[in-house]
Structure formats: structure tokens, C-alpha cells
Design a binder for this molecule. Structure first.
Ligand code: PLP
Length: 396
């Protein structure tokens, strides 16, 4: 039955992961991914979703997605460049460009696909890409697909970036040089030093690329990290996802009209993969409308973030140096981190442990992502469980 080489490869590697305790058993949610989730019949305060604004279960967005499904059907029927571009896609892209204050925007099926398509549409083997050491996996893959030389610089260290940019420029080896970074880093919740980066970019004529998956809907009154710094006209590529704060699925690139026109003829996931569903597109448009009309929703996730941070810090946990609602609790030892997360689960908090190789060895952590949908009571419940387990395991 099937290839022997494959079955022995799979068995050996799965057994290896399981014996080292590194095999991730995936939890199944019995309902929506809201502030409270249900797993195996058990209700838990959910601190692990990226659903920052609670939009995954927003009623107005659900209604719009039903309306769009009735009007346009369940699927787009083709890739965008053949005849899968529906009026609702055009409306979504127009709405995104307005919201981001850019000339134009292009929507993809995911944030991952943006990076798989946009980088290689402009960079090639004659070029170089300066990439932050902690960039997201989809950025790393997107850089690889381009064939450009990848030069890693120290995390958010603009002196190191400058030194490497200078070296790359003076080597004369490259036609174009790009600098690429997350806007908000998901494991620590820190924010890119964008003013510093833009200064280096101007000095060496670098193409600037910010993937703001965790910043859009959260930073800059929802419009993202670039808007937060007031640098919308200095960043060439602004990537966002529709799958995190926006609560649906999809991604986008916002930028100049020429850039977006080029991506529409060269970004491979746009050309060779069927477009976003009408339901997803309509729900996203509604999400941008809600953020515009009700800015207090964005304020709420910050308020909850501050509350949780203050509570955890007050209990004596090491919460790192987050500048956003993302709040890590750094435990250190990998086994202790996993035990801590497991005990939280048993007591009623879902906060997944994150250990090496996702974060450096010895910096194991439980990462908390409060959302606008959490109430004070839910956060208080989580904090009292944190206190109990923290003391029980001698962490605080
Ligand atoms: C989550 C994430 C993505 C992927 O976004 P999806 O829309 O879920 O595919 C891309 N880039 C960064 C920085 C992310 O954090």
C-alpha cells in the first residue's frame, strides 16, 4: 500500500516528535472562537486567539456575509484574472485603500499568500532582502521564493540594519535592496522601530515592506503600525491580514497604484488561486465600516490589554517588553512552561504555551491575547487562576 519510503519517513518522524513531547495535539473548539470557548465540553477563558476585536462573531458582519452569499453565491468561481473578480472584491479593495490612506490595494486569499506573492513579484536573484531575525514564517518563505539574497539583521536593531544596508549597497552586487519586517512581533508584542527603519531606507534607497498582520485593527486606531507612526507615504508595501483583528480570512497589500497594478499581473497566488469568497469579502467590508464608525472597539482591546498586563505584573509574572495588547508570561524552562499551560487549561484558561524553536531556548512562555470581547469578569477569573497556578508551581 503506497510508497514504503514515505511510510517509513512518516512513522520515524512522528514517533520521534511524540517521544520528545513535541507533537502538537490540535484542540477542537465546539463552537465559535470567542472570548469563552468550549473544548471537550469544558468552558475556558480564551486568551489564545488573534480575534482582537471580537469580529469573528460580529452579528452585522454575519448578516453581510449571508446577504453577499445570496447575491453572489458561495464561491467566486475562478481566479481573479480570468473572471473571478466580482463587484464585491472591487468594493473591498477600494475600502481597504481608503482605510489605509494609500492610492490602491489588492486582496489575497490570506496574509500568507500576500507574502508568497508580493515579494517575488518585485525581487529576484539579482537583488537582496534585509530581513529582521524574528520575521514571520510566511515572510521567510516569501523571501526564499524570490531567489534574492537574504541578509538577516538583529531583531529591531536599526544600527545593525544600517551596517548591513551599507555593506550591501557598497558591495555593488545587487540591483535592488528591500528591508522587510513585521509591524508588530507576535511572540513578544513589540513594535518595529519604523522611524529608524525609514531613515536607513532613505539613506540607501531601500524598498520598504511592513507586514502588519498583528498591527492592523490594533495600532493607529485600527489602520496599523505605519499609520501609528504617521509614515504612510514612506512605506512602499503595507501588508495586512483579514484573518486576525478583522476576524474573517484573507490578506491585502496596500500601496501606490503602480505597485498594485503590477501585483495584479505578477503576484502568483492572485493569478493562480481562486479569489476570496463573496461572504468573506462582504464581512471584511463591514469590519472596516465598524472600525470607522465605532473607534471605541479598538480602544477596548487596548484597555483590556492594559488591565491584563497590570494584573499579571502585579502578581509577579515576567511579562517581557510588549508594547501592544499581546502579553507574554515568560516562564523560561520549556517543561515548566508546558506544565503551567496545562494547569491553566485544567482550571479554565486557554493560553497556549510557546517554546523553542518558535522562541529562543530558555524563554518558554504562555502568550495571552485579550480581545475587545473579553469582560472584566473574564479577565479577573483568568488572573485568579494565574495566581493560583503561579504559586502552585513556584513561578511567582
Ligand atoms: C499571521 C501572520 C500572517 C498570515 O496571515 P493569514 O491571513 O493568517 O494567512 C502573515 N504575516 C504575519 C506577520 C503574521 O503574523
Amino acid at each position: 500500500m503506497g510508497s514504503k519510503a514515505l511510510s517509513s519517513f512518516l512513522k520515524q518522524n512522528l514517533d520521534d516528535l511524540k517521544s520528545k513531547g513535541l507533537y502538537n495535539e490540535i484542540n477542537i473548539l465546539e463552537g465559535a472562537n470567542g472570548a469563552i470557548i468550549k473544548i471537550d465540553g469544558k468552558e475556558l477563558v480564551n486568551l489564545s486567539s488573534n480575534n482582537y476585536l471580537g469580529f469573528a462573531t460580529n452579528n452585522a458582519m454575519i448578516e453581510k456575509s449571508i446577504e453577499a452569499t445570496k447575491k453572489y453565491g458561495v464561491g467566486a468561481g475562478a481566479v481573479r484574472t480570468i473572471n473571478g473578480t466580482l463587484e464585491i472584491h472591487r468594493q473591498l479593495e477600494k475600502r481597504i485603500a481608503e482605510f489605509k490612506h494609500t492610492e490602491s490595494a489588492i486582496a489575497f486569499q490570506s496574509g500568507f499568500n500576500c507574502n508568497a506573492g508580493a515579494i517575488q513579484a518585485v525581487m529576484n536573484k539579482k537583488d537582496a532582502i534585509l530581513s529582521d531575525a524574528l520575521n514571520h514564517a510566511s515572510i521567510i518563505d516569501g523571501c526564499k521564493l524570490s531567489g534574492a539574497k537574504i541578509l538577516r539583521y538583529k531583531h529591531n536593531d536599526m544600527n545593525d540594519l544600517r551596517a548591513r544596508a551599507k555593506e550591501a549597497k557598497e558591495s555593488g552586487l545587487y540591483e535592488k535592496i528591500m528591508v522587510i519586517s513585521d509591524g508588530v512581533f507576535s511572540m513578544d508584542g513589540d513594535v518595529v522601530d519604523l522611524p529608524g527603519m525609514v531613515k536607513v531606507a532613505e539613506e540607501f534607497d531601500l524598498i520598504t515592506y511592513i507586514d502588519d498582520a498583528h498591527g492592523s485593527g490594533v495600532m493607529g486606531n485600527g489602520a496599523g503600525t505605519v499609520k501609528h507612526f504617521g509614515l504612510s507615504d514612506k512605506v512602499d508595501f503595507q501588508i495586512g491580514t483579514l484573518s486576525k483583528a478583522i476576524g474573517v480570512v484573507g490578506g491585502y497589500v496596500a500601496g501606490s497604484k503602480d505597485l498594485i497594478d503590477w501585483l495584479k499581473v505578477r503576484a502568483r497566488p492572485f493569478l493562480f488561486s481562486t479569489s476570496l469568497t463573496p461572504a468573506a469579502s462582504a464581512a471584511c467590508i463591514e469590519a472596516f465600516d465598524i472600525m470607522t464608525k465605532s473607534p471605541e472597539i479598538v480602544e477596548k482591546v487596548w484597555e483590556n490589554g492594559r488591565y491584563l498586563k497590570k494584573g499579571l505584573k502585579g502578581l509577579g509574572f515576567d511579562i517581557g517588553h510588549s508594547e501592544t495588547p499581546i502579553t507574554p508570561c515568560i516562564i523560561g524552562d520549556e517543561n515548566l512552561t508546558q506544565k503551567f499551560s496545562k494547569r491553566l487549561y485544567e482550571e479554565g484558561v486557554y493560553a497556549k504555551s510557546i517554546v523553542f524553536p518558535t522562541v529562543p531556548l530558555g524563554t518558554g512562555r504562555v502568550r495571552n491575547m485579550p480581545t475587545a470581547a473579553h469582560t472584566k469578569e473574564m479577565l479577573d477569573k483568568a488572573l485568579s487562576i494565574y495566581e493560583k497556578i503561579g504559586k502552585e508551581l513556584g513561578i511567582i
